[in-house]
Design a protein around this ligand. Sequence first.
Ligand code: ATP
Length: 286
Amino acid sequence: MNVISVEDLRFRYRRAERYSLKDVSFTVKRGELLGIIGPSGGGKSTLCLTLNGIIPNSIKGEFEGDVVITDPRTGEEYNTKETPVPTLSAVVGLVLQNPESQLFNMTVEEEIAFGLENLGLERNEILRRLRWALEVTGLRGLEGEFPPNLSGGQQQRLAIAAVLAMDPSIIVLDEPTSQLDPVGRREVLGLVSLLNREHGITVVLVEHHTDYILRYADRVIVMDRGEIVLQGTPEEVAEEADTLRKLGVKLPPALEVSHELRKRGVLGEAVLTPEAFLRLIGRSSD
Ligand SMILES: Nc1ncnc2c1ncn2[C@@H]1O[C@H](COP(=O)(O)OP(=O)(O)OP(=O)(O)O)[C@@H](O)[C@H]1O
């Protein structure tokens, strides 16, 4: 079942000279983790904003094509240009780059409960969702903390908790780790994997760290200048290492090295992870 279906999408911001998205088409199946990579200015953030309808409903411009979101729980289909953003937000949660820009309440608990109170849910349901969001994001025990006092990784996990409390079946994350140190990045990407694998949440993840995308994504889209230039499984996309390098996409060292060794006839295949590389050259990764 496709939960996201994007067809011939073109978008130009008001007063912009060029289109930021050009003839973009792809689908995402229920439960998939779709990774989006590509150079700066390629249109990744713009694409994220089209997935919960902020474009074209709140940010206007020249919009052509269709983005259709299907709620896997009800089977209901929403064409984003005909659906209000709050309706779409209940199905597609959006997490942005900078956690600080998404946090504005006095405590962790208030931050998570904020959107819930506006939904008109019963007190018990609010508490159930609050507890679940705290638990799954590992923030239990920090309910009373002032969000700016949290670490970067905790702040981003809090932004994710606030989105999760809305109970979306799809989450779109636009470079959620770009402001984080390696510890924070591991925390957040670990949480994203958990949500996808253990909780069946469909994930669209824009991420500069290609190693994570190639390791965990089910499918990968590479964007450049508003267009999808490559699309496929991590293995298929990794086959195009030369194209990726030309675009300025940083490749995982295992892929770089094994790709070079394959070109020279030393290895028969290129691999995506250090573990696979060690196995290939006959050393266990244990
Ligand atoms: N609000 C805006 N108004 C006009 N043009 C914009 C706006 N936001 C983005 N753009 C333009 O749209 C194009 C795509 O930008 P976008 O931010 O979507 O790319 P990106 O791949 O997410 O880049 P980055 O990795 O730097 O975040 C760029 O040329 C950018 O200048």
